[in-house]
Design a protein around this ligand. Structure first.
Ligand code: 5GP
Ligand code: MG
Length: 190
């Protein structure tokens, strides 16, 4: 994949990409997920842990649909990818006031692919001995549950094993602001 020229309009860049999930469909699904999450935590107070940066829009929209009493924290996972975009290592970084000991944690992330990110976040959280950890992941790729060796508790959409952008997901840090999700195909300038 060749990077498109800097400054080129995003709509032009996504011309050859397939629209997979519209922004409206994402919002509808998030509202459904929120009902399940509220039900799972009824009467409790939870810590929502958002995984930066990809989960930023999902986290924002999901938490505003939830009515469970909650506190918000963030974790950032530095990932190093090889030429096929597979993550070769993942290192979590947390903010200093991060305390989840004895608490119910809901991790909110954008996508499950090989599970390296989820493993890094889980190890980092488990070291702090929370009462429970559950996972809300917007997108789960075909085969990801087998690759990762775990099934998220709350799943938005199951998608083909393809590279996607939009709604928080980037290609070289671009397209995170796009409201819909696309199967990314780099457009070739004329
Ligand atoms: P993992 O392979 O560890 O499950 O996923 C690692 C991270 O790579 C995800 O959290 C996400 O940020 C990124 N990633 C995985 N698949 C895709 C994809 O299809 N598109 C984009 N933009 N990022 C992805
Ligand atoms: Mg991510």
């Amino acid at each position: 994949m060749k990077e498109s020229p800097v400054g080129q309009d995003q709509a032009t860049c996504l011309l050859h990409s397939e629209l997979l999930i519209s922004g409206e469909a994402i919002q509808r699904r998030i509202a459904e997920m929120a009902v399940h999450i509220d039900r799972a935590y009824r009467g409790r107070r939870i810590v929502v842990v958002g995984v930066l940066k990809g989960a930023v829009h999902f986290l924002s929209d999901l938490t505003r649909c939830l009515s469970v009493d909650q506190r918000l924290e963030f974790v950032r996972v530095a990932t190093y990818k090889n030429s096929t975009h597979a993550v070769v290592s993942a290192r979590p970084e947390v903010f200093s006031d991060f305390d989840v000991t004895g608490q119910d944690v809901l991790v909110v992330d954008d996508i499950l692919d090989h599970g390296q990110t989820a493993r890094a976040v889980r190890d980092c959280l488990e070291a702090r001995q929370p009462r429970s950890i559950r996972w809300a992941i917007l997108l789960v790729k075909d085969g990801a549950i087998e690759r990762a060796g775990f099934r998220p508790d709350f799943i938005g959409f199951e998608i083909h094993d393809t590279f996607v952008v939009g709604y928080g997901l980037d290609y070289c840090e671009r397209y995170r602001n796009v409201p819909d999700i696309y199967a990314f195909e780099e457009s070739q300038p004329d």
